[in-house]
Write a protein that binds this ligand. Structure first.
Ligand SMILES: [Zn+2]
Length: 466
């Protein structure tokens, strides 16, 4: 009854004669036929083939020459020798001769611009990531409205890296501090219900608050990651299965290595514990050198990529750095000792079989989204990691971390079509990651010419804004 009343009340439908009216089943089958036809059209039209390219699939340290990689929609559908892969007639062909194809890169400690940023600014930041081959970002500080951004990126209404987002911080400081176990439990349940991908741990949490957060997280099925609160300590965060320890937070303190070289026996113990519990680390090396004052301000201010950030923001970074290093308690030699020890720690963690997840904490003091990855990669290699290990931390390891969310991180059939085409082999020199021919973002091809045009527009906008 209700159905017919509504039907008749609909003026568009009410004027239809009974002869032209179709049964719901007929309507459904028409819709399905139409959908299937348009999907098939879209699939064929959306096919892209990288023809005769050298593939670094990143499942191991192998290099496959003369491959053709076929993408349909937003998935890789086939990877095989160029002689055997059949390319659909209307597929777009990208010449891969002399080029190297790697999976899109992950930024495992990234950020959305702060709450209240304009949509235009948010989209600029996303573009800076993508322009450098960053196709996935784990956002490490939530604020209301971010989940909608994640969904808009997924739906393709905004161009940006795939986002996986930590909720608003579990911090012991400031107006949003979590001060009691009850409050922690409540916040975990709320963030799980709201749909955040993980919880963010910040400094200042009391031990019992941290434990209540961890217990509730286990109960509701959400992971927590980030800093090591001083009252909790490195060993407890590891034993409590914090999923990632970002910035190598807590290691230098645990090792007592602020003023002196690292004790190898103590280092071996903590490396083993980190590996045995499956805890991953996100190093963020150059960012931390800035944060502790080990970096050289003149060099930071000379970064060419600063032109892609608002001048006001760069001025703020400069003044924060100056304030920190002009503190009477600041010691440059101590900062340099810590920086050197952090390299020792990173190398030991990598050699000890700990999962390294690539991250740079962008946008953040002198860590410009996307551009910061090239500095991080070189720094990781300087610490003793091989280019393959560094790339694995940004591809395969990221895909494995998010394996319950989607399939990506390798150049392999079924994987999300996030790819970077390079003019030179990054296994022989990590700086070749910056020699791009283009980026594919969820099946959408952005040739380098388009990327450069987009970057020029952003730089020009900041010049005008000055
Ligand atoms: Zn951060």
């Amino acid at each position: 009854m209700g159905f017919f009343r509504t039907y008749a009340a609909n003026p568009l439908r009410a004027h239809m004669s009974s002869k032209t009216m179709k049964s719901p089943r007929q309507v459904l089958s028409c819709v399905l036929i139409f959908l299937a036809a348009s999907l098939a059209r879209a699939a064929a039209a959306d096919s892209v083939a990288f023809v005769d390219v050298t593939v670094l699939p990143m499942d191991s340290e192998r290099v496959l020459a003369h491959q053709t990689v076929l993408v349909t929609g937003y998935r890789i559908v086939q990877v095989g020798p160029t002689a055997t892969v059949k390319i659909p007639a209307n597929a777009r062909r990208i010449d891969g001769v002399g080029k190297f194809l790697i999976p899109g890169l992950g930024e495992m400690h990234g950020h959305n611009p702060p709450l209240g940023s304009s949509q235009a600014y948010i989209e600029q930041i996303y573009f800076l990531f993508v322009a450098n081959g960053v196709t996935t970002v784990r956002g490490m500080l939530g604020w209301p409205g971010q989940l909608e951004l994640r969904d808009q990126v997924k739906a393709g209404t905004i161009t940006g890296p795939s986002l996986y987002l930590a909720g608003p911080s579990f911090t012991g400081n400031g107006a949003n501090a979590v001060l009691s176990p009850v409050a922690a439990e409540q916040r975990v349940r709320q963030q799980k219900a709201e749909g955040w991908d993980l919880l963010k741990v910040h400094p200042g949490l009391k031990l019992e608050v941290y434990d209540a957060m961890a217990k509730t997280a286990d109960e509701v099925g959400i992971r927590f990651a980030g800093h090591v609160p001083a009252a909790v300590g490195l060993v407890h965060t590891i034993e409590r299965r914090q999923q990632t320890i970002d910035h190598l937070d807590g290691y230098i303190e645990y090792l007592g290595a602020e003023e002196s070289p690292v004790d190898p026996a103590k280092l071996a113990t903590i490396v083993k514990l980190t590996r045995d519990t499956g805890t991953a680390v996100v190093p963020t090396m150059p960012l931390w050198e800035t944060i502790i004052g080990a970096a050289d301000l003149e060099k930071l201010l000379a970064y060419p990529e600063l032109r892609y950030m608002p001048a006001k923001e760069v001025a703020r970074w400069k003044s924060v750095y100056e304030r920190r290093t002009s503190d009477p308690k600041f010691s440059k030699s101590r900062a340099l000792q810590i920086a050197a020890n952090r390299q020792t720690v990173l190398k030991a963690l990598a050699d000890g079989g700990v999962t390294i997840l690539f991250g740079t904490d962008a946008p953040q003091e002198f860590s410009v989204p996307g551009f910061s990855i090239h500095r991080e990669m070189k720094s990781n290699v300087a610490a003793g990691l091989t280019p393959y290990e560094v790339l694995r931390s940004a591809t395969k390891n990221v895909g494995e971390y998010f394996k319950t969310k989607d399939t990506f991180g390798l150049v392999a059939p079924g994987h999300r079509a996030d790819l970077v085409l390079l003019d030179a082999n990054p296994f022989t020199d990590i700086s070749n990651v910056d020699k791009r021919a283009g980026v594919m973002l969820r099946g959408r091809w952005l040739p380098e010419s388009e990327i450069q045009a987009g970057l020029a527009k952003i730089a020009a906008a900041h010049v005008v804004a000055k």
